[in-house]
Design a protein around this ligand. Structure first.
Ligand code: URA
Length: 209
């Protein structure tokens, strides 16, 4: 099966898994080029993403998409998704339980797309890959976990609130082409991330009643 088919299978499993949290919201699976080099991973969908069933389409998303275009890339050349695939009520932060529940699906999404670089946006997504990292200290640095580079960056919503953060986010974006080209590399992470282990999602228990 090709990548698109495999991703469809993952999406279908999520739809059928009645044990997943936040079921009252729409599923926002992700979008973009399945053969991309760079995958951007945010936190969780917000109001607009829930409505559109697309990731990063609100104001923060528009900034993310503008920064991508400023590199001369097309939005469709990258893949965009979130660690949690449904909107938490009132846009609250995703809970550790919600992040854990969606973890196996994101792990498979990454494994199927197999990007060279993952860019976690914001601290929740960053700590998913790099539990010890601090966003102000580590954003923009390229960490190698096994064969993949993880380059955490500020969340675009934070950049909308502060021009200082926006400047740093833009500077980190500008490093991306050189990171892809193998010219920039900051640190090896020896502790292997849980992301690299393909996990099997818990299947819904079939009720006999
Ligand atoms: N914030 C996120 O983290 N993800 C989205 O899709 C939208 C806003």
């Amino acid at each position: 099966m090709d990548k698109v088919g495999l991703l469809k299978e993952v999406e279908q499993e999520m739809i059928q898994n009645r044990g997943l949290p936040l079921r009252e919201a729409n599923l926002v699976f992700g979008e973009g080029d399945v053969n991309c080099s760079v995958m951007f991973i945010g936190e969780a969908p917000g109001f607009h993403e829930n409505e559109a069933k697309r990731p990063f389409v609100g104001r923060g998303g528009q900034l993310l998409r503008r920064l991508i275009r400023e590199l001369g890339w097309l939005e469709q050349d990258v893949y965009i998704t979130n660690i949690v695939k449904r909107r938490p009520p009132e846009n609250r932060d995703p809970s550790p339980e919600e992040i854990e529940a969606y973890r196996p699906y994101l792990a498979r999404q990454i494994e199927i797309i197999n990007p060279k670089i993952v860019v976690p946006l914001g601290r929740f997504s960053m700590n998913y890959f790099l539990p010890e990292a601090k966003i102000t200290r580590d954003q923009g640095r390229a960490f190698k976990i096994n064969h993949r580079l993880i380059v955490p960056m500020f969340h675009p919503a934070a950049a909308l609130r502060s021009t200082g953060v926006l400047d740093q986010l833009r500077a980190s974006f500008l490093r991306l082409p050189r990171i892809i080209g193998g010219e920039v590399f900051d640190a090896n992470v020896l502790v292997s991330s849980r992301e690299v282990k393909p996990a099997t999602p818990k299947q819904d228990q079939v009720s006999l009643f």
